[in-house]
Design a protein around this ligand. Sequence first.
Ligand SMILES: [Ca+2]
Ligand SMILES: [Ca+2]
Ligand SMILES: [Ca+2]
Ligand SMILES: [Ca+2]
Length: 392
Amino acid sequence: MTSVIKKILPFAAIMLLLSFFGTAQARPSTPACPTGQTIQSTLDTGASWSMCWEARDQEGVVLSDIRYQGPGQVQRRVLGEMSLSQIARNYDDGSAAEYLVTDQGLGGNNFIALQSSECSGGELHYASGKAVLCEIQKDAGFIYKYGTSVARTGKVLELMSASQLGSYSYTVQWIFHENGTIEPKVGLSGTVTKTSYDPNFAWPMQQDGLGGVGFVDNYYWRMDFDLGTSAWNDVAEQITSTLDVTRTLRSKSIETLSNETARVFSPESKRFWRIRDGSETNGVSPISYELVMLNYDHQSKGANNEAWLQSDVYFTSYNACERFAVDNDTSSGCAWDISQFTNSQGINSNDIVVWNRLSYHHLPRDEDDNVIGMRWNGFKLLPRDWHAQNPL
Ligand SMILES: [Ca+2]
Ligand SMILES: [Ca+2]
Ligand SMILES: [Ca+2]
Ligand SMILES: [Ca+2]
């Protein structure tokens, strides 16, 4: 190596660092949130999460500019915005459908004021003077464990709000793990008010045979993935691992979703989806997040051919007025439901929004008399190749 090159190399390295920090400056290390709306949490391993939160009348607590940083790693944005965008309820007795997020709203007066005892060790956040959000770290148990001597435990960041809609209540949680996993959850509780003596629809709860009428809630989460620096270069992929005719070989295939599409989960083909960045890598592979379906046991298409119940996951091109999966405001030129949002616009290397639906059939039982034990439904967003090796 000539002495000239030896002199140039450190200079080039400094310029590279300068350009890196120059980029980092344009993209601040913590989200630029309105005053008092920032959440910044560093967990046991040094992994950290930062984001903004906002209280809306309809969706309740909405999170935005969500960024994850593994210990000693680069901080990267994961999501531009994430919300529980609708709870569509159909009673078993054929009563008119209810759209709880838009009809009643999870926020405003329907927020349940949280007690400091419910957030002990954490921090309460306020909207219009009411404590509506608990930010807290909790023990998460093992991050990994093998052999007799290798184990690591850690914490999770848990954000929790709760809403009272008539006699029913919904507790909304967002759980952020040390390893970058995000876990959105919603818990149903409250009291059963819709009752009937008709055993076709109601499960008897009183001595005279009066019972609670069953219903199906369809929860829809809206996730505006904006991976890395650019929100405009994300790619959605469907991955399947399908058995051949001999049922001895399981072959992987990856399909890029070129246009907006609605898809159905398939345990048989191990179908799942991921959003990956169009350019940023972990040094080898593109950074991405995959959708892990949980609580799929009640998933159903509904009884009335509702277009918005025919698929499980929807991939759309970002459109600001597409806020609610069903019963969306059409006055601003947007469509009414996700099946209409999904109208074949191109999404390959674009600003993508993912909508996930989970059905839950609540058939009351005697133990729901006189308060419904919490029933949780949720799923996970799991980093895939976010790091070139386990960051913890
Ligand atoms: Ca009873
Ligand atoms: Ca991107
Ligand atoms: Ca569209
Ligand atoms: Ca996006």
